[in-house]
Design a protein around this ligand. Structure first.
Ligand SMILES: Cc1cc2nc3c(=O)[nH]c(=O)nc-3n(C[C@H](O)[C@H](O)[C@H](O)COP(=O)(O)OP(=O)(O)OC[C@H]3O[C@@H](n4cnc5c(N)ncnc54)[C@H](O)[C@@H]3O)c2cc1C
Length: 406
């Protein structure tokens, strides 16, 4: 016997769980198929990282009623300080110049995971199948059939629509036959949480170095979340360092703006690649979040792009449901895909452009980017555009990001 739902979301990580919470506002029957228990330590989405949530993403969480459960666990970013190691160019973004209380908010993934897990449990129309894995799928005329494995047993579920949010190595994407295009950066992000002597004063630092960008995001108790990008061949050596030598290495790269670095938590490595899909929809299916796009973490855009997928897709699906339309209708899915193209293009151009420009050692380019940073600092309209992109407020926004209800 197969069980029927309106929508099945495969992947209950940051994007999939947010998607379920957004759709729960309608009267839809929703299943979330997630491979790892949401509160477990090996949950790959809610791991030791912290992410910078843009102001636009805060508005989306606010509209979904999730912000009150998160607000105590986030640290506002009031300024962003951008510099190029060994060169003169520096620029600052400041929330006061943009007329907002904060440019963004840093949240530890585990904190976000707890808030989303609690929210999912509150909705009677969300059925969490976990731990469970997608194994196979078959689209048909009026529904899509999914084969999942739960507690060692295979079972079948059916839905009008599949939303694939199962991350960069998406099994759903593969089964749907959607081809991904990949570009390797040859860089790996090493992340940790570090403690410095001086208070970060709610400033986020983005420092470009010859091996890749280095970011320090403000956390509570003078802690900072570190994203230290290095070339792939440097990773093993960096991960093998004892804490003291690691902190000395970090100090050389970052300088003394936060005084001496005193402590570090264990490091974790994430190889970096750009991945995009020419098509994010297939018969009775749509792919969102990291299953649809993977970006360089410079400028913290990945999840922010994914949560805008969530807001835009929820808006389209709930409108269609109110109008009594079929949620898997090809025109509806095509319309969603078209609505996301410009945002994807901007996010790819922004992050990929920064990652490549600032990793290029050619002297004329180094000079041009130092001048570029300086000019950005001096030209308010240029700075304002950079800030809007960083805050997730550029281009055509979903209703939730404009402060409107779903
Ligand atoms: C170092 C680093 C720093 C970053 N910093 C930022 C930042 O500051 N700001 C920002 O916006 N973004 C940032 N990102 C990007 C952000 O982490 C991703 O965009 C986000 O994790 C994507 O979430 P997701 O839910 O789409 O995918 P994932 O987090 O990969 O979650 C996928 C989920 O699907 C489940 N799953 C997988 N396969 C199956 C299956 N077959 N069946 C059932 N379930 C399955 C997994 O268990 C997991 O829970 C950063 C990324 C990195 C690597």
């Amino acid at each position: 016997m197969s069980k029927d739902y309106d929508i099945v979301i495969v992947g209950g990580g940051m994007v999939g769980a947010s998607m379920a919470c957004a759709l729960a506002h309608g009267e839809l029957r929703i299943a979330v198929v997630e491979a790892h228990p949401l509160r477990s330590h090996n949950q790959p989405s809610f791991d030791a990282r912290a992410i910078a949530l843009a102001e636009g993403s805060r508005r989306i969480f606010q509209g979904l009623g999730l912000w009150p459960g998160l607000a105590d666990g986030v640290t506002p970013i009031e300024r962003i300080h951008i510099s190029d190691r060994g060169h003169f160019g520096i620029t600052h973004l400041d929330c006061r110049e943009e007329g907002v209380p904060a440019l963004g908010y840093v949240v530890e993934n585990r904190v976000l995971g707890q808030a989303l897990a609690s929210a999912l449990a509150r909705y009677a129309n969300i059925h969490l199948l976990c731990p469970a894995r997608l194994h196979d799928l078959k689209p048909a005329e009026s529904h899509i059939r999914l084969h999942i494995e739960q507690q060692g047993e295979r079972r079948e579920i059916r839905a009008r629509l599949l939303i694939a949010a199962d991350g960069a190595n998406s099994r759903a994407r593969e089964l749907l036959g959607l081809q991904a295009r990949h570009w390797e950066y040859g860089q790996t992000a090493v992340i940790s949480t570090v403690q410095a002597e001086a208070d970060h004063r709610r400033i986020a630092y983005e420092r470009f170095t010859d091996s890749g960008p280095l970011a320090l995001l403000p956390l509570s108790d003078k802690r900072c979340s570190l994203v230290y990008t290095v070339r792939d061949q440097q990773v093993d050596e960096l991960l093998g360092l004892d804490d003291e030598t690691f902190l000395q290495r970090l100090q050389q790269r970052f300088g003394y703006r936060l005084g001496r670095f005193l402590r570090t938590a264990p490091c974790h490595a994430y190889p970096l690649r750009l991945m995009r899909l020419p098509q994010v929809v297939a018969p009775r299916a749509v792919v969102i979040g990291n299953a649809a796009h993977a970006l360089h973490p410079v400028a913290g855009q990945g999840f922010n792009l994914g949560i805008r997928d969530v807001a835009m897709l929820a808006e389209r699906l709930l409108d269609a449901h109110r109008q009594g339309r079929d949620l898997g209708e090809p025109a509806l899915l095509q319309d969603y895909q078209d609505s996301r193209r410009a945002d994807y293009r901007r996010a790819f151009a922004f992050t990929d452009g920064l990652a490549r420009l600032f990793s290029n050692p050619l002297p004329p380019l180094r000079l041009a980017r130092s001048q570029g940073l300086l000019l950005t600092d001096l030209l308010p309209p240029v700075k304002h555009r950079l800030a809007r992109q960083a805050m997730g407020l550029a281009g055509r926004l979903p209703r939730l990001a404009r402060g409107l209800p779903l």
